[in-house]
Design a protein around this ligand. Structure first.
Ligand code: GLU
Length: 491
């Protein structure tokens, strides 16, 4: 493939929508796969200017996902002059004409057409004005819009969408659409095409909603003497009730920001979004970066809409359980050295110790992460369920409290006693702690499980976890002893 250039062109909404992120990912993958260029363009034509925060959320989301762009961000509003010039060219080559109809006239005609059940398309009043009529109106200062002149006759615009296949639209079903308003502002449909021409876009990979614009935009390309690019429209991502996903309807879970702030691994989110509506060559689910770039192709993108399965996932909030599972997969299998900075960020945000990420404690930190991660789904689990490993302040799970401590009131006295025995141990090892605890249970005439579960609750605040003796080594002697001594605070 020659030199490919693609773009992601979001409107400045303040946040990166997960469906938008998916489109961005496909563009990025396509660029990386073909050795092409990935451009970021902010389409702020119809938005009031001067709101940098409306762009920031989008940039943050893209950066977090690791979608590095090669050019931009360009801002569409900066090119309004160019868009008007293009309209001027269309006028000069008679692909467009001045329309002097006033909004009131247009509205009245539209209403009449509706009432008479006729086509509401523009009726062509100004299409065939003579040059003299046009000049007279212009001289009189009558404001005008610029309308694209739809070719006449039985022809059609035909193109092949890479996802939706061959598409044909008859001229007769299209209307003379406005490209510049009477106040001189260009319309989005024109700006978008002119920008794609200027940016040399070879493949337009965008949301399905762009499909309605495509025939008109192809006509704009042709009228400006340019070869239209390849189009590939991505089906929508819907919720399980088949409604479009939106921040208004679904709240923060519709945004990438939510996943950034709720313990998700960027690559896991990317991996999940890629799989929405893209069938992998061999039903494979997990990829590293190089593998994904190699495997990706537009051919695998389906035209059926994809479903983001909002369910109450594991067990924290409503999201897609598959996303949760993919996140857990990466969390459990990633290189510890890559996982560590992500956990560190969580811990720093939660105000947990900061001297274990480097230096002497680092080995211990990585080993502890490795010990506990097999049960976790989210990075945030390390600071909630896993807090007891890294901090003296940790939550006490209600079930652990009730089942493993309060149900056995004698533990209130026993565990401090056990603490003394552990404190007096020569070595603090798997064997010595196991010996101490089993011996202690024998001495008290109870099953070892009673003591083990009680110790686990007192030391980690949790009902379950890795093998207890590994846990004790990870938490460390001093803290184990202290927590057992202080168990009375739960009674
Ligand atoms: N700005 C448009 C949107 O946010 C993108 C359309 C396109 O990619 O051509 O939907």
């Amino acid at each position: 493939m020659g030199h490919t250039r693609v773009r992601f062109a979001p409107s400045p909404t303040g946040y990166l929508h997960i469906g938008g992120a998916r489109t961005a990912i496909y563009n990025w993958l396509f660029a990386r796969k073909t050795g092409g260029v990935f451009i970021l363009r902010i389409e702020d034509t119809d938005v009031s200017r001067g709101s940098p925060e409306l762009v920031q959320g989008i940039l943050d989301g893209l950066r977090w996902l690791g979608l590095d762009w090669d050019e931009g961000p360009y801002f569409q509003s900066q090119y309004a002059g160019e868009h008007r010039e293009a309209a001027q060219k269309l006028l000069e080559s008679a692909h467009a004409y001045r329309c002097f109809c006033t909004p009131d006239e247009l509205k009245a005609r539209r209403e009449r057409a509706l009432a008479e059940k006729r086509d509401v398309k523009y009726d062509g009043t100004c299409r065939n004005l003579s040059p003299e009529e046009v000049k007279a109106k212009e001289d009189a200062g009558v404001p005008f819009a610029i309308r694209f002149k739809m070719p006449e006759g039985p022809g059609s615009v035909a193109f092949r969408d890479e996802v939706y296949g061959p598409i044909e639209k008859r001229f007769a079903d299209l209307e003379d659409f406005v490209v510049v308003r009477s106040d001189g502002s260009p319309l989005y449909i024109l700006s978008n095409a002119v920008d794609d021409i200027r940016d040399g876009i070879t493949h337009i990979i965008r949301g399905q909603d762009g499909l309605a614009n495509t025939p008109k935009q192809i006509l704009i390309y042709e009228a400006l003497g340019k070869e239209p690019p390849v189009f590939a429209h991505m089906s929508f991502t819907l919720d399980p009730k088949r409604a479009k996903i939106s921040k208004r309807r679904h709240g923060e879970v519709a945004t990438v920001e939510f996943y950034r702030t709720h313990g998700f691994i960027p690559w896991a989110v990317l991996n999940f979004l890629v799989l929405l509506g893209w069938s992998t060559p061999d039903d494979r689910e997990f990829f590293d970066r190089a593998e994904l770039i190699r495997a990706f192709s537009l051919e695998g993108v389906g035209k059926a809409s994809s479903v983001f399965n909002f369910h109450k996932g594991d067990p924290k909030f409503i999201t897609d359980p598959k996303l949760m599972a993919i996140n857990a997969h990466y969390l459990r299998t990633m290189e510890l050295s890559e996982l560590a900075p992500l956990i560190r960020a969580e811990m720093e945000a939660a105000g947990i110790w900061d001297d274990m990420f480097e230096g002497a404690e680092r080995e211990w930190f990585l080993a502890t992460v490795d010990l506990i991660r097999s049960r976790y789904h989210l990075l945030s689990d390390f600071v909630t369920e896993g807090a007891a490993y890294f901090s003296d302040e940790f939550p006490m799970n209600e079930n652990a409290l009730n089942k493993n401590l309060l149900k056995s009131p004698e533990l209130a006295g026993w565990l401090p006693e056990l603490a003394d025995e552990i404190d007096a141990l020569e070595g603090f090892t798997l064997e010595s702690t196991e010996g101490a605890i089993r011996g202690f249970a024998d001495k008290k005439g109870v099953k070892a499980g009673v003591i083990i579960n009680g110790v686990r609750a007192a030391v980690t605040g949790q009902l379950k976890g890795p093998g207890l003796f590994d846990v004790l080594i990870a938490v460390g002697k001093d803290r184990v002893v202290r927590r057992l001594r202080e168990v009375g605070r739960y009674y």
